[in-house]
Design a protein around this ligand. Structure first.
Ligand SMILES: [Fe+2]
Ligand SMILES: [Fe+2]
Length: 261
């Protein structure tokens, strides 16, 4: 079932949390942003979530009104279903220019021409995508964790979709917004220390997000952050986190024992 994150007369934002079941794969959130008679999907996921998401869009009457599929980065849980969306809907697909040139490798031969016509290769600086009079703001989030990585800000709802930044792996009965930040850190900590490249990149991203002052901050996995206090707690934690190359040393770069005769 979809959860409504925002709704007014012309605009609605839906969150899908349960399309990947049980132990099938890591839990992923998918997002639909609708403005007027057009919509965009953000990080629709792979083949595990395609059928459920397509069914939901059909029920909402939006399947053939899909203008964009936006991929925050290249991972299978983000855009593994690329072929299906290209084949079955009129969407354009937006992804970092660093990953756009690899997408022919995950697209069938029959769809290569379609892909080249419908692919939006996002520049490093990000871009604004028009959606039926609204704007979707694609924000740089490089190295967090992918080298060509974006978050998305929806000014109408004031929701910031942070991709893997803020991702948590939580029991499925804990999908409500984070209420006890300190208790939630354990679900994010290990992932961020390994998957985020450096504290420098985190700090730069945090500065950009503080300036936008979103009302919701919603990652691609797990629970989201609602309201100024909760978002501030998260941004403060992120700003102070040492991760990725901050933590590496020679001990991690040693060949395993092997016979050298
Ligand atoms: Fe990822
Ligand atoms: Fe992810």
């Amino acid at each position: 079932m979809a959860k409504i994150l925002f709704k007014n007369k012309h605009h609605r934002v839906l969150l899908f949390q349960n399309l990947v079941e049980g132990d099938e794969g890591i839990q992923c959130n998918q997002f639909l942003i609708q403005h007027g008679n057009q919509c965009a999907l953000l990080d629709p996921g792979g083949l595990l979530s395609y059928a459920g998401l397509a069914e939901q869009l059909t029920q909402l009457g939006m399947f053939d009104k899909l203008r964009y599929v936006v991929a925050s980065h290249q991972d299978p849980d983000v855009i593994g279903s690329l072929d299906k969306w290209l084949l079955n809907t009129p969407c354009q697909v937006a992804v970092s220019k660093l990953w756009a040139r690899f997408f022919p490798h995950i697209t069938s031969r029959a769809l290569q021409k379609q892909l080249s016509k419908r692919l939006i290769a996002l520049p490093d600086a990000g871009q604004v995508l028009p959606l039926a009079g609204a704007e979707l703001v694609i924000l740089p989030a490089h190295y967090l964790h992918s080298v060509g990585n974006f978050s998305l800000y929806d000014p109408e709802s004031r929701i910031l979709f942070s991709g893997d930044i803020g991702a948590s792996v939580v029991p499925s009965d804990l999908f409500e917004p984070v209420t006890d930040f300190q208790a939630h850190v354990k679900y994010m900590d290990g992932f961020h220390r390994r998957y985020m490249v450096s504290n420098k990149a985190l700090k730069l991203w945090v500065n950009m997000v503080r300036d936008l002052d979103p009302e919701l901050l919603v990652p691609q996995h797990g629970r989201y952050f609602s309201g100024k206090e909760s978002i501030s707690q998260f941004l403060d934690w992120l700003e102070g986190l040492r991760c990725g190359v901050d933590l590496i040393n020679q001990h991690m770069y040693r060949a395993p024992d092997f016979r050298r005769d």
